[in-house]
Design a binder for this molecule. Structure first.
Ligand code: GLN
Length: 279
C-alpha cells in the first residue's frame, strides 16, 4: 500500500535532477490528482493512495521529468491572486509582471472611465487584472496570435470582466482607432541568441512571445514609436523588459520624446519596467 508521504518522496527524488523545486512540483501534481490543497498532504501523510491515483500521478511526473512546465501540466498559474488558464499557446504569467500592474494601478484613477490598451495580451493577465481592479476603465487587448486570444477570452469569462475588447492585431496594426490614457505591454524582449532560451520552462513557451530581433529590442522600439499617436495628452506608456535593458529602453523612450522616463525594479532588485509620459 503506497501512502502520500512515501509517494511524494519517491517522486521528488525522481524530479531532483530536472527541477530545482522537486518536492513542491510533486506536491502540486499530487494535489491536482486528489483535488486537494497542499495542506491536506501535510495533514494526512499516511493516507493510502489508490492504484489508479498512483498511475495518473506517475503520468504527470513523467511529463515533468521531460521538462514540461508545471503551469502547462496543471493548465493554470496564479497572477495578482487570480487563477489564469494557460496552455503552450501563451507565455506563463511571471511574478515580475505584477510590477507593471502595481504601477498601472497607481496611474489609473479608480473612478474614471479611462482607456487602457494591453499590447501582446497573451493569456490576458494584464488586461484582465486591470479591468477587474478598475471596473470603470475601458480596456482593449491585442495579440497577433489567434490561439492566445482564445485563451485570453476564456480567462476574461472566467473572471467575469466585461469591460474588455479583444483584437487580433500585430501591435497597433489592426487595433481600433482612438487614443488611450495608458498603454501597457510585456513584449518579447529576449535576444534570439540568449542561452536562457535553452533552459528550464522557457524551452516550452511560444518563441514569438519571448524573443525579438535587434538584441531583444525590436518590438519595444515599434511599440514606443507607434504608441505616440495612440496616447492621449499626458497618457502613459509602460513596458516590461529584461534586467539588463534599462539603459537601452530608456534611450528608446527618450529618442521618441517621452517625458518623465523612469524605470522601476522588481522584487529581486532588477530594473524591470520603464515608463514615460506623452505630452
Ligand atoms: N501579456 C502577457 C504576460 O504578461 C503575455 C506577454 C507575452 O506573451 N510576451 O504574460
Amino acid at each position: 500500500m503506497q501512502r502520500i508521504k512515501s509517494v511524494l518522496e519517491e517522486a521528488a527524488s525522481t524530479l531532483a535532477s530536472c527541477s530545482d523545486s522537486a518536492l513542491l512540483d510533486a506536491e502540486v501534481l499530487l494535489c491536482l490528482i486528489l483535488d486537494k490543497q497542499r495542506s491536506y498532504l501535510r495533514a494526512w501523510p499516511d493516507k493510502p493512495l489508490q492504484p489508479e491515483q498512483i498511475n495518473r500521478f506517475s503520468t504527470l511526473i513523467k511529463k515533468r521529468q521531460k521538462g514540461i512546465p508545471i503551469a502547462y501540466i496543471t493548465g493554470s498559474r496564479e497572477f495578482w491572486s487570480r487563477d489564469f488558464h494557460v496552455t503552450p499557446d501563451v507565455l506563463i504569467p511571471r511574478p515580475e509582471t505584477e510590477l507593471l500592474i502595481e504601477l498601472s494601478l497607481k496611474l489609473i484613477p479608480a473612478d474614471k472611465p479611462i482607456k487602457i490598451m494591453d499590447l501582446g495580451t497573451g493569456s490576458g493577465i494584464i488586461a484582465i487584472t486591470l479591468a477587474a481592479e478598475r471596473p470603470h476603465a475601458q480596456v482593449s487587448a491585442a495579440d497577433v496570435s489567434r490561439a492566445a486570444l482564445r485563451i485570453a477570452r476564456l480567462n476574461a469569462n472566467k473572471h467575469h470582466t466585461n469591460n474588455i475588447q479583444f483584437y487580433q492585431s500585430d501591435w497597433f496594426a489592426n487595433a481600433p482607432d482612438g487614443k488611450f490614457n495608458l498603454i501597457a505591454s510585456n513584449p518579447p524582449y529576449i535576444a534570439e541568441n540568449d542561452d536562457h532560451l535553452q533552459q528550464g520552462d522557457i524551452r516550452f513557451e511560444p518563441q514569438t512571445a519571448l524573443c525579438a530581433a535587434d538584441q531583444g529590442l525590436r518590438d519595444i522600439k515599434i511599440i514606443a514609436d507607434t504608441a505616440r499617436s495612440r496616447l492621449e495628452a499626458s497618457g502613459h506608456l509602460l513596458i516590461e523588459h529584461g534586467y539588463d535593458q534599462q539603459g537601452r529602453v530608456q534611450a528608446i523612450f527618450k529618442h521618441f520624446h517621452y517625458d518623465n522616463v523612469q524605470t522601476v525594479t522588481d522584487l529581486s532588485g532588477q530594473p524591470r519596467v520603464t515608463y514615460g509620459q506623452w505630452n
